[in-house]
Design a protein around this ligand. Structure first.
Ligand code: DCC
Length: 165
């Protein structure tokens, strides 16, 4: 098993309500603390939802001062990946749809929440939104995740040291 996956079984143990959930792995683009280009998303379980507060930086710029739509999609997709700790099964994104309701401003904090809306065999239907703190929704997302065996992730090489400018 690729060492980057670490102790994956431990990650899929039940996580109590209110606790911070573990990153998928250290180099994950969404949540890995060791990825210098990543979003470093920090996610908590709240009941049957996962929540985060996130701020995009200059590294994620699309239009001047505004987050790139792909960066917003990355964060929403990765947030969905934390629901897997609640369902207890590894899964991957099969389809992702994002609705951009308003510009996401760099340096501004946004609240994110995601939940499973239907768990149907291998299929997990999920939805999320990103909102100004205590205010207007700026993006919503829905996705289909398909449950996979952990061996699905055991294909790529572990990260080698690279020159990341
Ligand atoms: C330690 C940490 C680790 C865990 C780490 C977790 C990290 C999470 C990070 C965030 C998420 C990601 O970035 S994930 C990375 C991005 N995603 C990927 O790389 C996935 C690439 N795609 C694939 O590998 C494959 O397509 C799979 C595994 C997703 C599916 O392949 P498959 O197993 O052959 O399944 P397939 O036959 O296509 O579909 C299965 C069933 O779903 C239905 N289905 C398929 N598409 C749709 C659709 N759009 N809408 C409705 N239904 C659909 C099919 O009809 C079928 O239904 P029926 O006939 O059975 O009824």
């Amino acid at each position: 098993m690729n060492s980057i996956l670490g102790n994956w079984a431990e990650k899929f143990r039940p996580h109590p309500d209110g606790t911070q959930l573990p990153p998928h792995h250290g180099h994950c683009l969404g949540c890995g603390p060791d990825n210098p280009h990543g979003h470093h998303l920090v996610v908590q379980r709240r009941g049957e939802e996962v929540h985060a507060v996130h701020r995009f930086s200059e590294r994620h710029m699309g239009a001047p001062g505004i987050a790139h739509g792909g960066a917003v999609a990355t964060v929403l997709d990765d947030l969905f990946g934390f629901l897997l700790y609640l369902t207890g099964t590894p899964a991957v994104t099969r389809q992702l749809e994002v609705r951009y309701d308003a510009p996401v401003i760099l340096g501004t904090s946004y609240e994110l929440a995601a939940r499973v809306v239907r768990d149907d065999g291998r299929k997990l239907f999920v939805e999320a939104e990103m909102s100004e703190v205590g205010g207007t929704t700026v993006a919503t997302a829905s996705a289909l995740f398909l449950k996979v065996d952990i061996a699905h992730f055991d294909r790529g090489a572990p990260p080698a040291p690279v020159d990341l400018d």
